[in-house]
Design a protein around this ligand. Structure first.
Ligand code: C2E
Ligand code: MG
Ligand code: MG
Length: 762
């Protein structure tokens, strides 16, 4: 029982006892009843008044006490500089100090409901018992709230229990700490630090990886400031360098460039704001060598001093410079002789053509070819061949006159451009001088070799509408020499007529191919030991309506210039397979059919499929077909050639290297390309008996081929002496007029039949 209630109870008890005593006294003493009643009523009223007074008084005292306590607490809270609030567990009251009011923008009035306000500060919708427990028992609790103006506040709260009042309410004081600003600053710092470290790290890393140095120049300051990296790159001791000191390190020929940049910077630094300039020059580097450096710089105004600062990156570009120089060298210089190559010739030639028109001058364009150069390469090796090319280049160069130039345009082909002196014999006389110079090289391993060269020439600009055309005409004149050793030919319009004839032929040939007016002839291939026919080479003929037979040497090159060759080859393949099958069905002995493929055919994607389809159509075994390819084919793309040849080999088709010895690097191809047969060119056979070197080659080729399990066949065998020599050399087969000319299908059939009984071995 509370003290207030006990006091009231005692008073009530005293009143009750007094009342009972008065009633008992009046009953036993028979006193005046009216008086007694009056006394009793008065007494009762008095006791009621007293009771009411006592109750009111006790209530007032309690309120005073509570208010005093609250005042005391409020005072306490108010005096705290930290945000603080008083509240009780029944949420009947809340007091905020000014610090918290300002911070939270919460106004407490008479109508404020503490039930809503208290949870607000603890970031909750309502405060349950467990929330109160959490708030009171745990220290440094972090909560955040958003003020009415939308500001986020990060708070740390510490709550303590103060007292329990008469109403049995427990009071708490929560003291907060506003961390919002610190948190914001911390996060800003963190992200700035992160950015800084990331960008600085990246920057430094990039600089390190790229070997980039930095150089800063301040307006009016004689010192230049290099970064640590740049100091290391240049081997500088101090952390600054003056312009004269830097100038001392400049490679003398680059001094002019250096000075002009320095002068411009000094006088017009303002022009460099935001504009990147590049200075490339050679500087003495840390290793004591001059190296190429590139300085990319621009100017910027210093935020504090207002002075202009020029700065930028310095990179060692020596390797790039070297590469550039090498690329230029490769692009325009011949690697063997060191003189300009065809690319350079064409560039210079185009300019020259233009200038001859403008200046009304003229030049001679001479194209030269070292006769039978491939023989030297094959017999004496590439080193000797290259030496000869160099000597030839020197000989050609020695004949230059003012304004002329020389170039190596391919293998053993050279071009010489001579200024026209008005003397028409100049080209011929010059070539003759070169021929004499060349002849003097026939010493050592080249002794006893007839070193000569052939030439063709044309006049610039008279003989063509462009430099290319003049060159073409000079080359045409060279080829019109028909391989006669030492021939010198001038381009004439009669040669031009033959070009026109060619285009007429092309149109005619196109009709012939499309109308199947081509015919196949067959030439036998015979085993040197037994005289047995082992194969036939299909050789195409073009029969004109007049009955005139045109040889493939004339029309194949024309067909090769257009897509005609594809149609032509397809026709030959079909017809040869059809014929072979027919002979098979007639019971003729088995022979291998050889077909000539030009490079255009060979580089078609589906060549293997096409051939296999044809063999299948005529039910022929793939080993009965042989493809003849010339070695120049592989010059186009050796890897593609090898792949394509391997496909054919896998299918079982044989591959022969035709005209062996007429190309560039014959012997090396035997190593790389999967040939099954080598066809020695007829020029070998023709010169074999008289030229010991040629004989040597034939023997060597037969030996190497045998070691590599490749068969050899000699072309153009015309007499028995050749056949005997070839047999001695170890050659396997022969083909030539001695055994049989190319003949019609009917004649071939008879030839094979008679060969069964009648074989000749020479
Ligand atoms: P090739 O493949 O080297 O053919 C051999 C050539 O030498 C043939 O000339 C043949 O008649 C000739 N010949 C054969 N034996 C002798 C001989 O003992 N002495 C002489 N002086 N010559 C002989 P042809 O038939 O005029 O063919 C010339 C070239 O035309 C062939 O040379 C070949 O490269 C090409 N050719 C022929 N037919 C075709 C074909 O169907 N397609 C392709 N792409 N080229 C073909
Ligand atoms: Mg052939
Ligand atoms: Mg041949």
């Amino acid at each position: 029982m509370k003290p207030k209630e006990s006091k009231v109870s005692i008073i009530a008890l005293v009143y009750s006892i007094v009342t009972i005593y008065i009633i008992v006294y009046a009953l036993f003493h028979q006193t005046n009843t009216d008086l007694i009643y009056i006394i009793l009523i008065a007494y009762a009223l008095g006791s009621v008044i007293l009771s009411v007074w006592l109750v009111l008084d006790s209530q007032r005292t309690a309120r005073h006490k509570k208010e005093a306590a609250q005042k005391r607490l409020s005072y306490l809270a108010q005096n705290l500089s930290a945000p603080a609030m008083l509240w009780n567990d029944s949420f009947t009251s809340i007091v905020l100090n000014d610090a918290l009011k300002n911070l939270s923008e919460v106004k407490i009035g008479d109508d404020t409901d503490p039930k809503l306000v208290i949870p607000f500060f603890f970031g909750k919708k309502e405060m349950k018992d467990e929330d109160i427990h959490e708030v009171v028992t745990q220290k440094n609790l972090e909560y955040h709230f958003t003020t009415s103006s939308g500001r986020n506040r990060e708070m740390i709260w510490n709550t303590s229990t103060i007292e329990t009042d008469e109403e049995n309410l427990t009071w708490f004081i929560s003291i907060g700490m506003d961390l919002t600003d610190q948190r914001f600053m911390a996060s800003q710092l963190e992200s700035a630090a992160k950015k800084l470290t990331v960008s600085e790290g990246r920057h430094n890393l990039t600089m390190e990886l790229m070997d980039v140095g930095i150089l800063l120049v301040e307006q009016g300051n004689p010192k230049l400031f290099p970064s640590d990296k740049l100091q290391a790159m240049l081997g500088l001791k101090a952390d600054y360098i003056t312009i004269p000191e830097l100038r001392e390190r400049v490679f003398p020929p680059d001094m002019v460039v250096f000075d002009s940049h320095v002068r411009n910077l000094k006088n017009h630094m303002i022009d460099y704001i935001g504009k990147t300039s590049v200075l490339e020059l050679r500087l003495l580097a840390a290793d004591g060598q001059y190296r190429w450096f590139s300085y990319r710089y621009k100017a910027k105004e210093h935020a504090d001093t207002g002075r202009l600062i020029v700065g930028g990156s310095v990179i060692d570009i020596s390797n790039d410079k070297e590469k550039d120089a090498r690329i230029l060298k490769y692009a325009y210089e011949d690697s063997v002789t060191g003189i300009p190559n065809r690319n350079r010739l064409m560039l210079m030639g185009r300019d020259l053509y233009q200038s001859t028109i403008e200046l009304k001058s003229s030049y001679w364009v001479i194209v030269m070819d070292i006769d039978r150069f491939h023989l030297i390469n094959d017999t004496c090796g590439y080193a000797v061949g290259n030496e000869l090319l160099k000597s030839f280049a020197d000989a050609v160069n020695s004949q230059l006159n003012y304004g002329g130039f020389a170039a190596r345009i391919s293998g053993d082909n050279f071009a010489l451009i001579l200024r026209d002196t008005g003397e028409d014999t100049l080209p011929e006389k010059t070539v003759e001088k070169i021929q004499r110079l060349l002849a003097t090289k026939a010493v050592g391993v080249l002794a006893n070799r007839s070193l000569t060269c052939s030439a063709g020439y044309a006049k610039l600009p008279a003989d063509g509408e462009s430099f290319e055309q003049v060159m073409e005409h000079a080359e045409f004149a060279l080829s019109s020499g028909e391989n006669a050793l030492g021939s010198i030919k001038r381009y004439t319009s009669a040669m031009h007529d033959s070009i026109i004839r060619e285009s007429y032929l092309e149109a005619q040939l196109s009709d012939a191919v499309m109308n199947n007016s081509l015919v196949l002839y067959y030439q036998p291939k015979v085993a040197l030991e037994t005289g047995q026919v082992i194969g036939l080479e299909a050789l195409v003929r073009w029969i004109l309506p007049s009955g005139k037979v045109i040889s493939p040497g004339v029309f194949i090159p024309i067909a090769e210039k257009s897509q005609l060759i594809t149609h032509l080859t397809r026709y030959v393949l079909r017809e040869a397979c059809r014929q072979l099958r027919e002979w098979q069905l007639q019971g003729l002995p088995e022979v291998v059919m050889s077909i000539n493929y030009s490079s255009t055919d060979f580089y078609q994607e589906n060549i293997c499929e096409q051939i296999m389809a044809m063999l299948q159509k005529y039910q022929l075994n793939p080993r009965l077909l042989e493809i003849e390819l010339t070695e120049s084919l592989a010059l186009r793309d050796i890897d593609v050639t090898v792949d394509r040849m391997n496909d054919l080999r896998k299918a079982g088709i044989c591959i022969a290297m035709d005209d062996f010895g007429t190309g560039y690097s014959s012997l090396s191809y035997i190593q790389r390309l999967p040939f099954t047969m080598i066809k020695l060119d007829q020029s070998f056979v023709a010169h074999m008996e008289t030229d010991p070197v040629v004989q040597e080659i034939v023997f060597a080729v037969a030996r190497i081929a045998r070691a590599k399990h490749i068969y050899t066949i000699a072309e153009g065998v015309e007499n028995a002496a050749q056949a005997r020599l070839l047999r001695v050399a170890g050659c396997d087969y022969a083909q030539g007029f001695l055994y049989g000319q190319p003949m019609t299908a009917k004649e071939t059939e008879q030839y094979i039949r008679s060969n069964q009984q009648n074989r000749k071995v020479y």
